[in-house]
Write a protein that binds this ligand. Structure first.
Ligand SMILES: Nc1ncnc2c1ncn2[C@@H]1O[C@H](COP(=O)(O)OP(=O)(O)OP(=O)(O)O)[C@@H](O)[C@H]1O
Ligand SMILES: [Mg+2]
Length: 518
């Protein structure tokens, strides 16, 4: 019996390298590790095609090594069945894999050098535990989105620093691409088939996946997009620093959340709704009971008393109610979570009949937040009032605040801004329509959010709680100062920021004096 040795080690935590901001894209030439020391990213200006490109560099295999790899993968497939859901037992799986590889090599009578062995192990890791050719991309802290538009078309990525980049990864073999989409489905625990060709799921690391399986849905064969899950969610401080919103906006939202006002964040696709929503969840009082409900996992909270839940797709033929066997919808989860008497309820994305339950919850005093796909408050109102959602104006009134996000594509920059902050007011006797007040609005000329009208929030909170408007204004200015100071200090750590907010709830003088603000 030959004792196996584990030689192959990789560090899967993405390294955050400090990348230079370079105005002139033609001058960019950076190389950094993705999976050390095997895979690297090389971003440079491609003179021939006049564009900035992202090349994944991996170890080169000689023809003979490729043949051994092929044999090994074939043999491994026969021998073992790796359950992809046990991602947290990473080292165990790697060890197990190595043991088998060494046994197969002995059986094949193949002797390889240590260098070859490590290269082979790298490819075996990335093709079995990992996501094959895109595995290195998943290790790049700077990548936000990965997009494959089908066969023979290079994958594109959205890079935090250098925006849209073409990669050197191209699927040329339909079988490879189809197998890959199947693997994506398997990893998300969902199911794709010719009969059910659309995939929408979450990878074990929280990244969101959309894919199409067949050729007739999209002409160039299977496609997929992966939106990477940034494990540390964006905080209010990040968003102040990126100018998405200002310290006083967050101070206002903080007070509103403390006083259990209801929020909806709206905007077009990828305008930053979920990111914004997640950031403001930090303001929920630390001891509150929070339930969140999503289709795919995106939200991340620091609260101890947080109960996240995710919907489940069913299978088989839908019953008379249009429901499949085993299916658990947002509607089901929402009804269930209200039974648990939460202080705050969050619905990742409001789309259909669950809106009714959510608004009922709002009306009965459970602070509720969510995102909704709509470009303007008018569209939101129309969609809420008309079928299939069909809410009555008196129910819609329970909504207090709408944040409107926008994604501006300025020449080559991706800019995301809070365009408006809208207060929903009670309808007056004379009007059938819901009234609104827009205290804050983004001014495109100065690129600043300006206060346009008086806040009606404070008079309402004052009426409900007895706290004077003066006192609330004072809180607004204190919290604005605190958040500005945190931004000045470039405090970006999710935990640290949440700790400070928590501390503020308990003993605000202590925090303010620690940060030299009083
Ligand atoms: N303020 C911001 N500044 C820069 N990038 C951002 C900002 N907000 C979000 N992003 C990035 O934009 C992408 C889309 O963000 P997000 O998922 O929050 O949008 P969304 O409006 O919820 O999208 P969807 O309509 O798909 O639900 C993500 O890759 C995210 O990292
Ligand atoms: Mg979203």
């Amino acid at each position: 019996m030959i004792k196996h040795r584990s030689i192959f080690k990789i560090d899967t935590r993405p390294e955050i390298v400090d990348l230079p901001s370079i105005k002139n894209r033609r001058k960019i030439d950076v190389r950094y590790p993705l999976i050390k020391p095997y895979a690297y990213a090389h971003i440079y200006w491609d003179e021939d095609n006049n564009e900035l490109v992202y090349h994944v560099e991996e170890p080169h295999l000689k023809t003979s090594e490729k043949e051994i790899l092929r044999l090994l993968l074939l043999a491994l497939e026969e021998m073992i069945n790796i359950s992809y859901s046990v991602a947290n037992k990473f080292n165990l799986i790697l060890n197990y894999l190595e043991k088998n590889v060494q046994a197969i090599l002995v059986e094949l009578g193949t002797k390889v050098s240590k260098e070859t062995y490590l290269k082979l192990m790298y490819y075996i890791f990335r093709n079995s535990i990992g996501l094959n050719r895109i595995e290195p991309l998943l290790h790049d802290y700077y990548i936000e989105d990965i997009e494959c538009n089908g066969l023979d078309s290079p994958l594109y990525i959205v890079h935090r620093k250098y925006e849209n980049l073409k990669t050197n990864i191209i699927y040329k073999d339909i079988q490879e691409l189809t197998d890959f989409v199947e693997k994506l489905a398997q990893k998300t625990g969902r199911y794709v088939s010719y009969a059910k060709p659309l995939l929408d799921g979450t990878l074990p690391d929280g990244s969101r996946v959309n894919a199409t399986y067949t050729q007739d849905v999209t002409t160039r064969g299977p496609t997929f997009t992966i939106r990477k899950f940034t494990k540390e969610p964006w905080t209010p401080v990040h968003l102040i620093l990126s100018k998405t919103a200002s310290a006083d906006i967050f101070a206002y939202i903080w007070i509103a959340i403390e006083h259990k006002r209801n929020f909806i964040v709206i905007g077009e696709t990828a305008s930053g709704k979920t990111t914004f929503l997640n950031s403001i969840l930090s303001f929920i009082p630390p001891e509150a009971r929070v339930c969140s409900i999503e289709d795919t996992r995106e939200l991340n909270l620091a609260h101890d008393n947080w109960m996240p839940s995710v919907t489940r797709t069913g299978y088989g033929i839908p019953n008379l109610m249009g429901k499949e066997y085993g299916e658990i919808t947002l509607f089901d989860l929402l009804k269930e979570s209200f039974r648990q008497n939460p202080d705050y309820v969050i619905v990742g994305e409001i789309r259909g009949k669950e809106a009714y339950v959510l608004f009922q919850g709002m009306a009965s005093g459970h602070a509720s937040f969510g995102t909704f796909h709509a470009g303007s408050v008018e569209t939101l109102m129309r969609r809420l009032e008309t079928p299939p959602i069909n809410l009555s104006p008196s129910l819609i009134e329970s909504l207090d605040i709408v944040c409107v996000m926008s994604h501006l594509k300025d020449s080559d920059k991706n800019i995301r801004r809070l365009k408006q902050l809208v207060e929903i007011q009670s309808k007056t006797q004379s009007s059938e329509k819901v009234q609104k007040n827009i205290p804050y609005e983004w001014d495109p000329v100065s690129d600043k959010i300006l206060q346009k009208t008086e806040l009606s929030l404070f008079s309402e909170i004052s009426k409900d709680s007895g706290i004077s408007i003066e006192e609330l204004k004072n809180e607004l200015s204190l919290r604005t100062k605190l958040l500005s100071q945190m931004a000045m200090m470039k405090m970006k750590d999710f935990k640290e920021i949440n700790e400070i907010i928590k501390e503020y709830y308990i003993d605000k003088e202590k925090v303010l004096s620690r940060l030299n603000l009083i």
